[in-house]
Write a protein that binds this ligand. Structure first.
Ligand SMILES: [Zn+2]
Ligand SMILES: [Zn+2]
Length: 390
């Protein structure tokens, strides 16, 4: 089959990426984006294109040869509620919403891989191109799984990638085992008796208790968990109903915890309940703890990390691929797929001078587009036994 001109493909992909960037949509509202993706997949001649999977998700299927193995590649489509600070011609046209996490780039790289593999083949089996909604909330993967993704579009392995500011363009990194953390959220409500600021002894105000509790929560990681278990407990908000001359009868502490094993997450919750109850008792107020699990830890399959490394080394510059990345205490909805099917998630460089993810000046670096597309194609050809075409 005819080999696609990579320079032409890169130019075309840059156009798609900037179009998607200019039209960002929030999680589960990716209607234009999903229609754009589905139209492109049909234009490339895929065997099947299913829309509305888990809300706004799209799944494209491409078959070649007679092999019965299937491999999935996944991209995310959603944007964030951030107002873009940019003067580029492709800046967001949807006020208050922007692609500040580069999901426009991920969607484009996977579309590029679909075009490339549909035109060139070079594999024997089935490829599933999964475009998921609502990654940022940690809800889109579950929505697709609940909608029968694994039954309707079965696959044996799954690969995904995320751009990474700070990492040079064309560089790749990942690691075997725990790679990205779980995210838990918590809310602790302290109730006492508010009163006059001049007479604290006549009530049971909650602010001093809340301050003590914020301090005591720091001992979960430092004194209750093994130093070998990477974890974070961050109090992010302290809200009371106090005012200038009135002590609060109500205080609310909110925060976020990260960990890499379910046992550690369970222990953080258990210790938090013990410390909240004990601190509240010491200050003669009550504490009510609500603890929720938002993202599960992302566990890469060791063999597939090795496979991804080999594929990356075939398409990237010598020395640009590493499987010695450190675990990261950020969370990723891709982890939900790995609860069911082995796979590997990788980072691709967005450049050393790139603003950070979720920053209002961030923009996906189009110089990385072809690297992601080439990696997707290389892993498919490697895992489905076709010849590698560089
Ligand atoms: Zn993000
Ligand atoms: Zn992201």
């Amino acid at each position: 089959m005819a080999e696609l001109d990579r320079d032409v493909l890169k130019q075309e992909m840059t156009g798609w990426r900037r179009d998607l960037h200019a039209h960002p949509e929030f999680g589960f509202e990716e209607k234009r984006t999903a229609a754009f993706v589905a139209a492109k997949l049909r234009e490339f001649g895929l065997d099947d294109v299913a829309e509305g999977v888990g809300g706004t998700g799209v799944v494209g299927t491409l078959k070649r040869g007679s092999g019965n193995r299937a491999i999935a590649l996944r991209a995310d489509m959603d944007a964030l509620r951030i107002t873009e600070q940019s003067a580029t011609t492709h800046r967001s046209q949807n006020p208050g919403i922007m692609h500040a996490c580069g999901h426009d780039g991920h969607t484009t790289m996977l579309l590029g891989a679909a075009k490339l593999l549909a035109a060139e083949g070079g594999f024997d089996g089935t490829v599933r191109f999964i475009f998921q909604p609502a990654e940022e909330w940690g809800r889109g993967a579950l929505a697709m799984l609940d909608d029968g993704l694994l039954r309707r579009f079965p696959f044996d392995e799954i690969f995904g990638l995320h751009n990474m500011p700070g990492l040079p363009v064309g560089h790749f990194e990942t690691r075997a085992g725990p790679f990205m953390s779980a995210e838990d959220n918590f809310e602790i409500v302290l109730k006492g008796i508010g009163g006059h600021a001049a007479r604290p002894h006549s009530g049971n105000e909650t602010l001093v208790a809340a301050c003590a509790l914020v301090t005591n929560l720091q001992t979960i990681v430092s004194r209750r968990l093994s130093p070998a278990d990477i974890s974070v407990v961050s109090v992010t908000e302290l809200i009371t109903d106090g005012t200038r001359n009135a002590l609060p009868g109500l205080a609310c502490i909110l925060g976020d915890a990260r960990s890499f094993r379910p046992e550690v997450s369970a222990e953080i919750e258990r210790q938090m309940r013990v410390i909240a109850a004990g601190t509240a008792a010491a200050y003669n107020v009550t504490a009510d703890v609500t603890y929720s699990r938002e993202f599960v830890p992302l566990q890469n399959d060791a063999d597939l990390v090795d496979a991804a490394f080999v594929a990356a080394r075939r398409v990237l510059a010598y020395g640009a691929a590493s499987i010695a990345a450190e675990p990261m205490t950020a969370s990723e909805d891709f982890a939900r797929f790995l609860d069911h099917v082995p796979g590997c998630f990788v980072f691709l460089g967005n450049g050393e001078t790139s603003p950070p993810l979720h920053n209002s000046s961030y923009d996906f670096n189009d110089d990385g587009l072809l690297h992601g597309t080439n990696f997707h194609a290389a892993i498919v050809r490697q895992r489905l036994g076709g010849a590698i075409v560089k």
